[in-house]
Design a protein around this ligand. Structure first.
Ligand SMILES: [Zn+2]
Length: 118
């Protein structure tokens, strides 16, 4: 009986982990490292190119162009794409700013990490 409860607890933990970390569930080859926790997807609002960077400030410099065009990325599960989010001040005033313009669905900050196109 005791074993049964232990396995139930482990099963619950695994299920919670899958719900909380869709990135992990979606890509079994992705391993969490300590430094990954601060990494964030940024999207260039000009080219739409996605970058994985350490989040230091709201707007980051595109390493390819040197222009400060990288905005925090929002992921649309329907588009399967990362999109540049509007500035935080606009998001706070207008929550619908984080809705996918194509699908009218809320986008999230979690999704499969973009593969660097270098
Ligand atoms: Zn969409």
């Amino acid at each position: 009986m005791r074993d049964y409860r232990v396995w139930l607890a482990i099963g619950g933990l695994l299920l919670a982990g899958r719900l909380m970390y869709p990135v992990l569930a979606g890509d079994p080859s992705y391993k969490v490292r300590e430094e990954d926790h601060q990494n964030f997807v940024f999207v260039c609002k000009d080219s739409g190119e996605a970058f994985i960077m350490r989040a230091k400030k709201e707007q980051e410099t595109n390493p390819r162009t040197g222009q400060p065009t990288l905005m925090p990325g929002l992921y649309c599960p329907q588009c399967k794409k990362w999109k540049a989010s509007p500035p935080l001040s606009i998001l706070q005033q207008n929550p619908s700013a984080s809705i996918c313009p194509t699908h009218k669905l809320p986008m999230t900050t979690e999704g499969p990490l973009p593969t660097p196109s270098s």
